[in-house]
Design a protein around this ligand. Structure first.
Ligand code: AMP
Ligand code: ZN
Length: 114
């Protein structure tokens, strides 16, 4: 999608601090970090939200999560713990409509989230 911010990051037409990439996903640091580690993992293909995923996307979804684990190891938060977040739709707090997994860590996370 030509007007999608995260598609532009995948296409390298806008800059991002890349952390990990493979043939299915790209990970980059969040521009407005909410924790000492705050990285996003996104599918290369445009998917609006997790709600749009189909049965055929099960590998993509699994690889998104596994990439999140790789990011956590790479960032040194695998042992201290971390949180995956996927905001979905208006009440879920989604602001960028290209599926993304937040990886947050480096501090204690409160519960419940706001
Ligand atoms: P969400 O509110 O779950 O849709 O999360 C969108 C996230 O994208 C927010 O945490 C933003 O800080 C982040 N974000 C927006 N623009 C950029 C960008 N150009 N590079 C990196 N992260 C971004
Ligand atoms: Zn997109």
């Amino acid at each position: 999608m030509s007007d999608c911010l995260f598609c532009k990051i995948v296409a390298r037409t806008i800059p991002a601090t890349l952390v990990y990439e493979d043939e299915l996903v790209v990970a980059f640091d969040d521009i407005n970090p909410q924790a000492p580690t705050h990285t996003l993992v996104i599918p290369r293909k445009h998917v609006t939200s997790i709600a749009e995923l189909q049965d055929g996307d099960v590998t993509l979804l699994g690889r998104l999560l596994l990439a999140g684990n790789k990011v956590a190891r790479q960032k040194g938060i695998a042992d201290s713990g971390y949180r995956f977040v996927v905001n979905t739709g208006a009440d879920g707090g989604q602001s960028v409509f290209h599926l993304h997994l937040h990886i947050l860590g480096g501090r204690h996370m409160g519960w419940p989230p706001g």
